[in-house]
Structures are given as C-alpha cells and as structure tokens.
Design a protein around this ligand. Sequence first.
Ligand code: FEO
Length: 174
Amino acid sequence: MISAKMAKALNAQIQLEGQASFLYLSMAAWCDKEGLDGCTQFMHRQSGEEREHMLKIFHYLSEVDTHALTPAIKPVAHEWTSVTEMFKEVYKHEQKVTASINKLMDISLKENDHTTNNFLQWYIMEQREEENLMRSLLDKIKLIGEGPMSLYYIDKEVEAINAAELAAEGEEEA
Ligand code: FEO
C-alpha cells in the first residue's frame, strides 16, 4: 500500500498521460486532414504510447492495492497553424510530463517509497528519450526549412523517424 499523497499524485499523472494521448490523437487527425501521412502515422503511434503510459500507472496502482481513477480529459485543440507549431506544442507537453514525473520521484524519495521509486525509473528513462526525440525532430524541421515546398520533405523525414521508432519497439519486444 502506498501513501494517500503518492496515490493522488499518481492519479494526477494518469490524467496527464491520458491528456497527452487525446491531444496527440487530435494532432494525428489534423495531420491527416493536411495530407501529411508520415506525421499522421507518427502522432497515432505517439498517442498509443501515451495510452500505454497511462495504463501502466493504472495497473501499478491496482498492484499496490490503490484505486486507479479514470481521468477526465480536458478539451483539446483541433487545428494548428503549422507543423512546426504542432511539434513545438508536443515538445512543451513532454517537458511538462517530465517535470511532473520528477515531482513524483521527489515524493517517493521523501516517503522512502522504494516500490514506487523503482516503478518510476522507467518513466525517467522514457521521458529522456521522448524529449530527445522531439528535439531532434524540431532540429530536422529547422534544417529543412518551413516553406510550402518543404512540407513534403518534413513529412518524409517524420515518416522515417516513425519507422525507426517502430523498429526499435519491435527489437525491445523481441
Ligand atoms: Fe507519457 Fe510522453 O509522456
């Protein structure tokens, strides 16, 4: 059993991960509407990942005999002014998630909650990878440039990054 404070903070994290999943799903729909196939696939995969992050906490709470609360999702945007703005928002959201995971870590350390601390280690590593991925993606977009002629190349680049992510996931599962 974990403390009420830890349980409340983990349930808040469930909300943040669920929110990310729906935000990224909306971004996938916008990319699809804009004809950006690579970005659509990328955001669908990201959305699915966030749902998994949410469920991982759900199952952890159940494992430590604590009530997991299904989160209320706040309304998400449906339009973005450009693909760069959209990915900047993803990066910002990931930074917010990282800060929140760090706070959870702080609580677990203060409370000598070694079980939760051990559980959270995976999220620390995951956030480092996610932030790095979004940063490198934004760097690529900057290199390609943002004119209308660039969109095709940006989309192809995001498609290649998505394929690499899928291959890496496949290797982890094997
Ligand atoms: Fe689960 Fe990308 O934060």
